[in-house]
Design a protein around this ligand. Structure first.
Ligand code: DOR
Ligand code: ZN
Ligand code: ZN
Length: 365
């Protein structure tokens, strides 16, 4: 058995649910899941309860993260219709701004062009700006960012027309980057699947929705335009997913690299493709700090069967339940210390550091 030593994985897109929904996940379980999946830095989305749109909400998230995170993290601020000035002022304490231009889980949503333009103009040009955009809103985000003279990152691209548009924009030199999730690379709306057991439609709910086989193949065909693989780790519990209004989202931190290693075994990807899109590009695009003496070890041939019961995420299910995957992270080392090894997370809550330039705003004054 030869272990591969690789740079640590970084995830620019996770939902850790704290504050407000710790029955799904919290900073402790979410970052334990991250370390088990080989991640040492995760950037957490602001669609929590309350949403992270002002200083008090940001302070709530920071306080919980500081006490509980086992790996390093950043916290996004959420864009709303009336927080342009507040958001820009809080920028140094965050890892970036997140804008929701389409309907998804939670209350954060921006529909109007004026708000999009105002945020794009005010948010500091050197700070990351990520958008949940689908279809036409991808075009809107790219154009408005271009006119504002700034870069924009498009989250979880899932469709052929979107990736073609992004590829064309990149070829013309526009400052646009994008990420794709493993679920959009490996599943379609028609995957009959083992997708979650018991198989109920609610388990398939995710935004953007699983797309067609043509969309999925287009993502692979435009691999050169894909900057990052991000999980969009979005845990919801089994009762929620099987209830009357199943919320969208899949957990993903503990399966992502194994799924992508499957594509290495089938000749679709190289290990370098993975490192580029799960470390190097993410570090560059999101300006993430170096973590000294930090790396992962992968057993590329280890076969294992996905069992949500054995996972660290609190949600209790996986879309890949019962599937046998080949390749697994066996050790994650953070700042010289073993943080995860063969099924056991040893990094303690509070080990994780905020990647923000000025992590703690003084909100008590
Ligand atoms: O499926 C999704 N779930 N897509 C999103 O954009 C949000 C996420 C969530 O927070 O559950
Ligand atoms: Zn999203
Ligand atoms: Zn998301």
């Amino acid at each position: 058995m030869t272990l591969l030593k690789l740079p640590p994985l970084l995830d620019p897109h996770v939902h850790l649910r704290e504050p407000g929904a710790t029955h799904k996940e919290d900073w402790d379980t979410g970052t334990a899941a991250a370390l088990a999946g080989g991640y040492t830095q995760v950037l957490a989305m602001p669609n929590t309860q309350p949403p992270i749109t002002d200083a008090p909400a940001l302070a709530l998230s920071q306080t919980a993260a500081r006490a509980k995170a086992r790996c390093d993290y950043g916290i996004y601020l959420g864009a709303g219709a009336d927080n342009m000035e507040t958001a820009a002022a809080l920028a140094p304490h965050t890892c970036g701004l997140k804008m929701y231009l389409d309907q998804t889980f939670g209350s954060l949503r921006m529909d109007d062009l004026a708000s999009l333009m105002a945020h794009m103009a005010r948010w500091p040009a050197h700070k990351p700006l990520a958008v949940h955009a689908e279809g036409r809103t991808v075009a809107a985000a790219i154009l408005v960012a271009h006119l504002a003279g700034r870069a924009v990152h498009i989250c979880h691209v899932s469709r052929k027309d979107e990736i073609e548009l992004i590829h064309a924009a990149k070829e013309r030199g526009l400052q646009v980057t994008c990420e794709v999730t493993p679920h959009h690379l490996f599943l379609t709306a028609d995957t009959p699947s083992t997708l979650a057991r018991p198989i109920r439609e609610g388990f398939r709910e995710v935004r953007p929705r699983l797309a067609t086989e043509g969309d999925r193949l287009a993502l692979w065909a435009h691999l050169s335009a894909i900057d990052c693989f991000a999980t969009d780790h979005a845990p919801h519990t089994i009762p929620e997913k099987t209830g009357p209004n199943p919320p969208p989202g899949f957990p993903g931190l503990e399966t992502a690299v194994a799924l992508l290693l499957g594509a290495v075994h089938s000749g679709r990807l190289t290990v370098e493709d993975i490192t580029l899109r799960m470390h190097t590009n993410i570090r560059r695009i999101f300006g993430l700090p170096d973590q000294p003496d930090t790396f992962i070890e992968i057993d590329p041939d280890l076969e294992w069967t996905v069992r949500a019961q054995e996972m660290f995420s609190r949600c209790g299910w996986s879309p890949w339940e019962g599937q046998t995957l080949r390749g697994r992270v066996v050790r994650t080392v953070l700042r010289g210390k073993v943080a995860y090894e063969y099924g056991k997370v040893s990094a303690q809550p509070g080990t994780g550091k905020d990647i923000a330039q000025y992590p703690i705003p003084n909100t008590k004054d």
